[in-house]
Design a protein around this ligand. Structure first.
Ligand code: FE
Ligand code: FE
Length: 245
């Protein structure tokens, strides 16, 4: 994860000034991470509340508790480095959270929003995996073994969260489960089947959009129209093609 230009870094490791600058870079990254994690503790409860899927909600709630522990580790790292904890705006996490907020305001509660929430959360985890991998490497190279150990624990949590989210997301693209649906059927089905139906194929998306439009207009006439659109989508060639995959 260390992304310093190779030559500069090799020349620098035995040079006091360059060593100091890498040390400064480590501290800068820690301030960035402390700010990013703090932003995440504010965003996660809102994302969990917006999630329809139980497993997704509990994964987010569990990761909120882990994130609070990760902030503790960052504070410990500052202490080990003889520095008072400070925050520096993490624009990367801010941007990812802004995108998640946009999704939450644009999409209705349901399986499609769940898919978007998973995508947003995984983008955040990947950012964190890169950032913690970087600070762990800096700390190791600067001889702060105890600091590096702290971030190894955090890295394990971030990677496990990413994998758990992948597990939930994999249910979204089960082509065998892709069918049209009525709202009654939808009530009986798990997230895996419903999201596969709405996200997995173009036909599913068309049906979902038709249902969404019908729901926002309301009334029996429009619902009837929407189920007609669902039937049409069910019979469309694109669905048959995707089932053969
Ligand atoms: Fe984190
Ligand atoms: Fe995380």
């Amino acid at each position: 994860m260390l992304s310093l230009p190779g030559d500069t870094f090799r020349e620098g490791v035995n040079h006091m000034a360059a060593r100091e600058s890498l040390d400064d870079l480590l501290r800068q990254e820690l301030r960035d991470l402390l700010d990013g994690e703090t932003q995440i503790t504010k965003a996660l409860p809102r994302m969990a509340k917006a999630a329809e899927s139980g497993p997704l909600r509990s994964a987010m709630e569990q990761h909120l508790r882990e994130t609070e522990g990760q902030i503790e580790r960052l504070n410990e790292a500052f202490e080990l480095l003889d520095e008072s904890p400070r925050r520096k705006t993490c624009h990367g996490i801010k941007g990812l959270i802004d995108e998640a907020k946009e999704m939450m305001s644009e999409l209705n509660r349901g399986s499609v929003l769940d898919a978007a929430l998973i995508a947003s959360a995984q983008k955040v985890e990947h950012y964190e995996i890169a950032a913690y991998g970087t600070v762990r490497t800096y700390a190791t190279m600067l001889g702060h073994r105890n600091v590096a150990t702290l971030f190894e624990a955090t890295l394990r949590e971030e990677k496990a969260t990413d994998q758990k989210l992948t597990g939930i997301a994999e249910g979204l693209v089960n082509p065998d489960a892709v069918e049209g649906e009525t709202s009654e059927e939808s009530d009986r089905e798990g997230l895996q089947v419903r999201v596969a139906r709405t996200v997995g194929t173009a036909a599913g998306r068309a049906a979902a959009l038709a249902r969404q439009a019908a729901n926002s207009i309301g009334g029996r006439g429009s619902r009837k129209q929407a189920s007609g659109a669902s039937r049409k989508a069910r019979k469309s060639p694109s669905r048959r093609a995707s089932r053969k995959k």
